[in-house]
Design a protein around this ligand. Structure first.
Ligand SMILES: [Fe+2]
Length: 297
């Protein structure tokens, strides 16, 4: 499929209240690796080529600083800036040299609901390391939205996303071949729902779940296989109550994918995944997936 203007979802930058403890968790248990650091931030990579997929920033409260995409062509940055201005977003910092360790050229914008997005061209990258049980990359970020149609229109019209599926509670949007890179969940605030890290395979998801359990982080939802996206899932509540997901086998789609509607995605009572083995999400995760705000909100 043609790449969208937005390019590829690469990373999320979050604020954490104990930087050293968060680094310890995301390296030792979650299995990311340190790619770079500064006085107040640690940049963590997966086993894929991305320079980093998670940036931890020292913060007074947990929050989301930014979500970053890598665009295919430098010219796309100006096209994105124009699209953002035309469709209800704001350009925070027009095309500039990126001062963070990944480098390249960057454009910083805000969507109509205040989420800070960065589009980077030609950032630094790594050779894939191929760690067996390490997350490879970020595959999706889910935003809660107080107005999903508004946000959906912006991601489609300003950034070139396509709708893959609309369920009763969520709009699944793609900017590449992954079934979704962003999903917008119907909610009463514009908070973070969760961050999904793709693992090499189902076994790696299960071994990761065991590692998390050993470290005192029980499965809060799963293990199961989702309907939309067909991906295996296991959800946890990490440090500062960020909801994080190990996933695998994400459905790869192209423009021939038939967009599903809410009536296409219903479960029988008491069922929460395709296999019929997952319990419902815990009360703890349901609270956590509403509470992390974006910095500027
Ligand atoms: Fe997910």
């Amino acid at each position: 499929m043609p790449a969208s203007l937005a390019g590829k979802l690469r990373s999320i930058a979050i604020g954490v209240t104990d930087l050293a403890a968060a680094e310890e968790f995301y390296v030792s248990t979650w299995r990311l690796s340190v790619a770079a650091r500064s006085a107040d931030a640690v940049y963590l990579r997966g086993s894929g080529a991305d320079h980093h997929i998670l940036a931890l920033h020292r913060s007074a409260q947990p929050d989301v600083r930014r979500v970053d995409f890598v665009v295919a062509a430098h010219a796309n940055l100006a096209l994105i800036a124009a699209g953002v201005r035309a469709h209800g977003g704001h350009v925070l910092n027009d095309v500039h040299d990126n001062a963070e360790p990944d480098g390249g050229s960057a454009l910083d914008v805000q969507d109509p609901q205040g989420r800070h997005l960065r589009f980077v061209h030609a950032p630094a990258a790594h050779v894939e390391s191929g760690g067996a049980d390490a997350p490879v990359r970020i595959t999706h970020v889910v935003f809660n939205s107080a107005d999903v149609p508004l946000a959906q229109a912006f991601y489609e019209q300003a950034l070139g996303f396509s709708l893959s599926d609309r369920t009763r509670i969520m709009a699944f949007m793609r900017c590449g071949s992954d079934h979704h890179s962003i999903a917008l969940a119907d909610a009463d605030s514009n908070t973070l729902n969760h961050i999904a890290f793709v693992m090499p395979d189902l076994d790696a998801v299960m071994r990761g779940a065991g590692r998390m359990s050993d470290a005192g982080y029980p499965i809060e939802w799963g293990v199961g296989r989702h309907g939309p996206g067909n991906n295996v899932f296991s959800y946890f509540v990490g440090p500062d109550d960020f909801v994080i997901e190990y996933t695998a086998e994400v459905l790869q789609v192209d423009d021939s994918y038939r967009v599903g509607k809410p009536e296409d995605w219903t479960w029988p009572p008491g069922r929460f995944d395709q296999w019929g083995v997952s319990k419902p999400p815990s009360d703890r995760i349901k609270q956590a997936q509403k509470k992390i705000r974006f910095t500027n909100q």
